[in-house]
Write a protein that binds this ligand. Structure first.
Ligand code: NDP
Length: 334
């Protein structure tokens, strides 16, 4: 094996508030030689995801924290360059959690081979990957049924846009909110939402009432804050909240006040349940069969925002908190 020079993004300090470029460093490394039962992979695409923000904080969390001076981790799709492990050969496409770097060496158990039948391969980070599974799992957990009205916040993002499309396939009436006119048009024209609004244009509660005058049955929460409070107000009796994310608070430097109207949970007998995609990994095959089928048939749209080059990965990550992505934000590695 010739010596491989790779570049990786390391965390140099823990962000306070919205991360900045100074919290990260692009570092050049030389990979060691390949050992028996190891695989050398070149990453083609890497994922940047809002949950990574939580891994940059000090202290314990539900996922291991990133370490200072070490490369970040995250979803990636790569191509096997060389293999000394049985079951892997050059050209194989693999999904791993060794993102934020150009090349890496891994053991077979840390790699998942995927078919190159689905293109672009970045779909394995989005509609057919972790965020797609999150959307699918949320709808299962929330027991979403035909005829119900579902409101999705962060609707034009990776999870939201797939959740909305899958909910439409299940026969729901789907309302979404997002942060620009372009995103609202994407939801209505490409994803088939029945209603959509720009949450930056006016109070969420007012706009939600206009789009769902008879209330909603389910709220798929990606953002928390004002959208959660508005949903508590318009959820019907026995409504459900799929508590998927709370991006409006991920960069908060002080504790965020909870919704003032939580008592609706009692009076309307609402159910609010936390969703963790990791709990659903054992149903990945079932998810892939359904979502892959829709994707192959051209029914499920995989919208993505592609940024090129590892030197642009940090900007892409920060861009998530500025709404720069429509669909899944991915970084294409050269
Ligand atoms: P997105 O693709 O939706 O990207 C983030 C989007 O969030 C931005 O484009 C922006 O869109 C919106 N946003 C950013 N800041 C704010 C804000 N202050 N208030 C409201 N919206 C904001 O990301 P994902 O689809 O990957 O993730 C969506 C949510 O799901 C996140 O909260 C994430 O943490 C969560 N998640 C949870 C998982 C789980 O297992 N529970 C797994 C995966 C994701 P806009 O222009 O509309 O503001």
């Amino acid at each position: 094996m010739t010596q491989i020079i790779s570049r990786e993004i390391q965390l140099v300090s823990r962000p306070k508030g919205i991360p900045t470029e100074t919290n990260f460093n692009l570092v050049q490394t030389t990979l060691p030689s390949l050992q028996e039962q190891q695989v050398l992979v070149r990453n083609l695409f890497m994922s940047v995801d809002p949950y990574m923000r939580g891994r940059m904080n000090e202290g314990k969390s539900y996922v291991p924290q990133f370490e200072i001076g070490k490369p970040l981790e995250g979803g990636a799709v790569g191509e096997v360059v060389e293999s000394l492990a049985t079951g892997f050969k050059p050209g194989d496409i693999v999904v791993s959690s060794f993102g934020w770097r150009e090349y890496f060496i891994a053991a077979p158990q840390d790699l998942q081979t995927v078919s190159s039948e689905f293109q672009p391969l970045s779909v394995y980070l989005g509609a057919l990957g972790m965020t797609g599974l999150t959307a699918w799992a949320g709808l299962h957990q929330g027991k979403v049924k035909a005829g119900e009205t579902i409101y999705i916040s962060g609707a034009a993002g990776a999870v939201g846009s797939v959740a909305g499309q899958l909910a439409k396939f299940r026969g729901c009436r789907v309302i979404g909110s997002a942060g620009s006119a372009e995103k609202v048009a994407f939801l209505l024209e490409e994803c088939g939402f029945d209603g959509a609004f720009n949450y930056k244009e006016g109070p969420v509660l007012e706009q939600l009432k206009l789009n769902a005058p008879d209330g909603i049955d389910v709220y798929f929460d990606n953002v928390g804050g004002e959208s959660l409070e508005a949903s508590l107000a318009v959820l019907r009796l026995h409504g459900r909240i799929i508590a998927c994310g709370g991006i409006s608070g991920y960069n908060a430097e002080k504790p965020i006040p909870s919704p003032v109207n939580l008592f609706n949970i009692t009076t309307k007998r609402l159910t609010m349940k936390g969703l963790m995609v990791f709990d659903w990994l054992n149903r990945q095959a079932e998810f892939l069969e359904e979502a892959g089928g829709y994707y192959k048939a051209g029914k499920l749209k995989h919208k993505e925002t592609v940024v090129e080059g590892i030197d642009q990965a940090v900007a892409a990550f920060i861009g998530l908190f500025q709404g720069q992505n429509v669909g899944k934000m991915v970084v294409k590695l050269k």
